[in-house]
Design a protein around this ligand. Structure first.
Ligand code: THU
Length: 148
């Protein structure tokens, strides 16, 4: 096998390993969920282009509408730390396999990471989607331009 193909195989293996680690981080994050009302614990882990992982869990509030999803916690944590280039987001819901992000989170992800890979997991396996597959026709900042 030539050196170049060995390099690419290694690269693919490394990518898979880092996805595996990312999923593990989402599972760990779900343990911190504050889900006293729904009992639906979610964890998310966001891999930045610089290789940093930000995690999030859902945090519910007695005034229900103030609840925030795991995905947005992870994204807002990253943005607030000056990170704004994202590669992949893993999502784990304790009660449901392959749980997708809600519509509100999709809008936020679309605004800040249109090219993101989204990994939905059951804790062992994962299904990989592109952000644009989950929200193909999305509202965005361009629609706010009144001149068009
Ligand atoms: N939730 C998330 O954190 N992420 C999702 O992708 C779906 C829903 C949370 C919000 C709320 O705390 C609970 O799950 C039930 O909706």
């Amino acid at each position: 096998m030539c050196l170049l193909s060995s390099f690419f195989i290694l690269l693919i293996l490394m990518t898979k390993i880092s996805y595996h680690d990312l999923i593990k981080e989402a599972i760990v994050a779900s343990k911190n969920a504050k889900a006293n009302y729904s009992n639906f614990k979610v964890g998310a882990s966001l891999l930045t282009a610089s290789g940093i992982v930000f995690t999030g869990c859902n945090i519910e509030c007695s005034s229900y509408g103030l609840t925030i999803c795991a995905e947005r916690v992870a994204i807002y944590k990253a943005l607030s730390e000056g990170q704004d280039e994202f590669v992949a987001l893993a999502i784990y819901a304790e009660e449901k396999a392959f749980c997708p992000p809600c519509g509100a989170c999709l809008q936020v992800i679309n605004d800040y990471a249109r090219d993101l890979k989204i990994l939905l997991t059951d804790g062992n396996n994962f299904k990989e989607y592109l952000m644009s597959e989950l929200l193909p026709i999305a509202f965005n900042v361009n629609y706010l331009n009144h001149d068009d």
